[in-house]
Design a protein. Structure first.
Ligand code: NDP
Length: 283
């Protein structure tokens, strides 16, 4: 970087009401560990200012930014293009400068898959996914792109669940079905991977997923997107039944790793990032 321009390369995080975002410490720890003169800056941006903020970031040479609620969908018209999975899901959480263009990517599902890869290759597997919101949508699309055999979406709201199933069938030609979640759900025999993609359990260690625990069998992978608490009730129950439990903190670290890779081109040290995140979260 030429002298007199910026002291640091800049990456941002555009959100509303996300003060104290612990991922700032995680990303900056990666930059510092790898000797990069980069900064990751939390920016409070209102929906009405989003377009101006994106143009400002571009004009000021930002290398990219994360965006979270409420900007994941509304940011799209302000960008120059989309990556494959972001285009399928219609949501962006990570913007990357490529040449003079700002390209929208989605790292949530990629982070989940990277975390899942430590336990199982999803290709050819049968999946049950609770939820059809932003996180579940991102995970379902990445699982589809990774070649799962079939996926069952279990969601409380029928329209939201149906919309996700339709997207998976139409855009990815995936064998997908919806179960509207009304009572304890029985995981079908032969299921390989069970995922809680809802917010049930967030800051609520005793919150219970409406699920017949006897249908969780030894060896099944049971994953949770919830990262606080790290060991949710679902994961404790799954571990007690000899399932392979996968926590949401791994997904959060891995989506950060994918973002840093996109922005800087380097593969950051995951242990350094996880340690910084845990410290920032007081774990
Ligand atoms: P959304 O608001 O988009 O979706 C929430 C989902 O949870 C919906 O499917 C909703 O069902 C379901 N849900 C919420 N409460 C209940 C309930 N009481 N009973 C049944 N279903 C319920 O949220 P996100 O998808 O953005 O986030 C979901 C979770 O994922 C959050 O806890 C978030 O912190 C976590 N997350 C974790 C990440 C990580 O890296 N580990 C990354 C991103 C998110 P319905 O459609 O019926 O309303």
């Amino acid at each position: 970087m030429s002298e007199g321009k910026f002291l640091h390369e800049l990456v941002g995080s555009m959100s509303q009401g996300a003060a104290g975002n612990p991922t700032v410490a995680m990303i900056e720890a990666a930059f510092a560990h790898h000797g990069l003169q980069w900064r990751y800056i939390n920016m409070e941006v209102t929906p009405g200012d989003l377009g101006t903020a994106v143009r400002g970031a571009k004009a000021m040479g930002f290398r990219g930014f994360n965006c979270s609620l409420p900007h994941k969908v509304t940011v799209i018209p302000h960008l120059d293009g989309l990556g494959e999975s972001a285009a399928v899901m219609g949501a962006v959480n990570c913007v990357v400068r490529r040449g003079e263009k700002f390209i929208g990517e989605n790292t949530d599902g990629k982070g989940f898959l990277k975390s899942l890869a430590s336990l199982v290759d999803p290709k050819g597997k049968s999946v049950v996914l609770f939820g059809a919101g932003g996180a579940a949508r991102a995970i379902a699309v990445e699982l589809g792109l990774a070649g799962v055999k079939q996926i069952t979406i279990v969601n409380r709201s029928e329209p939201r669940g149906a919309e996700l199933v339709e997207l998976l069938r139409d855009k990815l030609k995936l064998e997908a079905q919806l179960v509207v979640w009304r009572a304890d759900y029985t995981v079908p025999a032969g299921t390989d991977i069970v995922i809680n993609g809802t917010s049930i359990g967030l800051y609520a260690p005793d919150a219970r997923l409406a699920l017949d625990l006897n249908s969780l069998k030894p060896g099944m992978v049971v994953a949770d997107v919830v990262f606080n608490p790290v060991r949710t009730r679902l994961l404790e129950d799954a571990a007690a039944r000899d399932c392979c439990a996968l926590d949401g903190l791994g997904m959060l670290v891995n989506q950060g790793i994918v973002g840093v890779q996109y922005w800087t081109g380097i593969t950051p040290d995951s242990a350094v990032m996880r340690a910084a995140l845990e410290t920032a979260m007081g774990l």
